[in-house]
Write a protein that binds this ligand. Structure first.
Ligand SMILES: [Zn+2]
Length: 295
């Protein structure tokens, strides 16, 4: 018989204490690793105060940043009908339903009218979190209507792009949107109304290849990825190493593809300046459209 008996019970693992710090209060900058308080980041329009890294922002934040006050939304009920009954890793229908539930939006763009430094404008802002900001039939139709609304009401147009390109789940129907929007922009041009294109990270594929590059003024945010095909595809096609910084805003500005690269904190002022330049104070916007011969 043992003189001593082990009476100790093993130490119980400590019950997990509830963290008193709520999730998502701090954000780490992917560029300089600075830890930033969420509210500070919101105050600087989601630009890192230390290194000026531009975090991606959604369409609603974009409109809030551009407009002076409240705005009017249009065509909020338009929704894709999945015309091709497309299935990849999962059916397009269920992908759409899940994204609509997650984002509260019906498709990847918000079209609105409101005032930018007092200038009434028709603005379309794309939402990257909605299937990569891809342009399907609904995005094409909504942007086209936003341009037509501008022509009708004599307003300038601002489109903020943030997109992976055309939506492959809608096949050729999504590619047709490139021509449709470009044609609407040509009508806007004939009506002598300005169009400012704002390219944000990322602007690629069919969006770059159509309306994003058609602005009277093309403004990009710093270090945004802007291109048509991805660098890997280009390298494989031309069998050459691509230069440093290829497909970034600054590179494109140096090579004459953009007019301006503007920090987000100064973007609203830059857009307003471009609009004022296109719309002189005596107001061509208020005059009847100049009837130009159809090409
Ligand atoms: Zn930073």
């Amino acid at each position: 018989m043992a003189w001593f008996k082990k009476v100790r019970t093993p130490i119980q693992p400590q019950a997990k204490k509830e963290s008193r710090v709520p999730e998502g209060l701090w954000v780490k900058c992917p560029s300089c690793s600075e830890v930033i308080y969420n509210k500070d980041l919101a105050a600087t329009l989601n630009v890192c105060p230390k290194c000026a890294h531009h975090f991606r922002i959604g369409a609603v934040e974009r409109l809030r940043m551009l407009f002076d006050g409240p705005w009017d939304d249009y065509d909020t009920e338009l929704q894709s009908t999945d015309p091709l009954k497309f299935v990849d890793t999962k059916p397009y229908r269920s992908r759409l339903d899940a994204t609509i539930a997650a984002t509260g939006m019906k498709d990847a763009v918000i079209c609105a009218t409101g005032r930018i430094e007092g200038i009434e404008s028709s603005v379309a802002a794309m939402e990257y979190s909605f299937i990569g900001g891809s342009m399907g039939v609904v995005v094409g139709e909504k942007i086209t209507r936003a341009i037509e609304r501008a022509i009708e009401r004599r307003l300038p147009v601002v489109i903020v792009s943030s997109s992976g390109g055309a939506r492959m789940m809608e096949g050729a129907l999504s590619l047709m949107q490139m021509a449709k929007i470009s044609a609407a922009l040509a009508r806007l041009d004939r009506a002598r109304l300005p169009y400012v294109s704002v390219l944000t990270d990322p602007t690629t594929g069919g969006v770059t290849a159509s309306f994003a590059m058609l602005g009277d003024v093309n403004i990009a945010e710093p270090k945004a990825l802007i291109g048509f095909a991805g660098p890997r595809v280009i390298e494989q096609t031309i069998r050459q190493k691509l230069p440093e910084g290829f497909q970034r805003s600054e590179f494109l500005l140096d090579h004459g593809m953009l007019d301006l690269v503007v920090d987000r904190r100064e973007l609203k002022a830059a857009v307003a300046r471009a609009l004022r330049f296109g719309l002189p104070a005596d107001g061509p916007a208020r005059r009847a459209p100049v009837v130009a011969p159809q090409p």
